[in-house]
Ligand binder design. Structure first.
Ligand code: GDP
Length: 251
């Protein structure tokens, strides 16, 4: 199943805009750009000699998106986004129903550094991503509800001995997301009391409303499947094949 590759193109060209897309999200330094380049190289290595294997766009700056093939008949765009906190609003805008429909969004890959000192920063961003997808699920009515977007949490850098295994990344993220949820709900209550506004119950509550602990499976209520898989892009680690298969099954 590994990439039968075509060539890659800069995002935004009209010839590619109809393609299904997979969005790379995650904090700066997680390895998003490294992962994109990795898939690109794997694909280029599988490209027949008569195809252009490399494009000049690679040299100066990382491309925003590349075209990859999950099978001979399935081509999709892998779209990189900046992880810097100030630019996340733009990254998250890809998840809004209007934009994601235009982009044919099929899946989100949230990359994080499993060897980072703590997962709190990544969890804060993941909370916003999951909440955006939860709201998206509630934005349509009946058959008009936008298509569900599954999320792969790619626990990266498992080549490093300090990295947490995927199962621990999963449980620590769930605990952290639960903490964020209760902190934010208290913050919201305060703001609403001040403004005297009637609270829209549960509007910004992630997962099962009122539940004590957060668990990823609560997202299924909103049709959002979340899977945590470990891997690595550089070094002697488990590699990125599992992530590739997850993506290929969803485009
Ligand atoms: P981005 O900000 O998410 O795009 O992150 P980058 O792709 O720029 O990667 C940040 C740093 O992490 C770079 O120095 C990468 O070489 C490094 N990196 C990425 N993936 C891995 C990995 O699997 N293992 C290790 N050890 N380092 C990685």
């Amino acid at each position: 199943l590994f990439p039968f590759l075509l060539h890659y193109l800069l995002h935004g060209q009209s010839s590619t805009s109809h393609l299904p897309s997979v969005l790379l999200l995650g904090p700066s330094g997680a390895g998003k750009t490294a992962l994109l380049s990795h898939f690109e190289r794997r694909a280029a290595a599988a490209t027949p000699d008569d195809q252009p294997a490399k494009s000049a766009t690679h040299t100066s700056q990382s491309p925003l998106s590349i075209e990859l093939s999950a099978s001979p008949s399935t081509t999709f765009l892998l779209v990189d986004t900046p992880g810097h906190a100030k630019l996340r609003g733009h990254a998250l805008s890809h998840l809004s129903p209007a934009t994601s429909k235009a982009e044919n969004l099929r899946a989100v890959v949230f990359v994080l550094d499993a060897a980072a000192d703590d997962l709190a920063a990544a969890a804060g961003y993941l909370y916003d991503v999951l909440l955006a997808l939860q709201k998206r699920a509630g934005s349509g009515h009946g058959s008009k509800a936008p298509a569900a977007v599954p999320v792969l949490v790619a626990a990266n850098k498992l080549d490093l001995f300090t990295a947490l295994p995927a199962a621990l990344v999963r449980s620590q993220l769930e605990a952290e997301l639960g903490r964020i949820r209760s902190t934010r709900s208290r913050g919201l209550l305060g703001a609403e009391e001040e403004a005297g506004a009637a609270a829209e119950e549960g509007d910004d509550w992630l997962g099962e409303y009122g539940s004590e602990k957060f668990a990823f499976r609560q997202m299924m209520e909103f049709d959002v499947e979340v899977e945590v898989l470990g891997g690595s892009v550089v070094g002697e680690g488990p590699g990125a094949d599992k992530w590739w298969r997850w993506i290929a099954e969803r485009v």
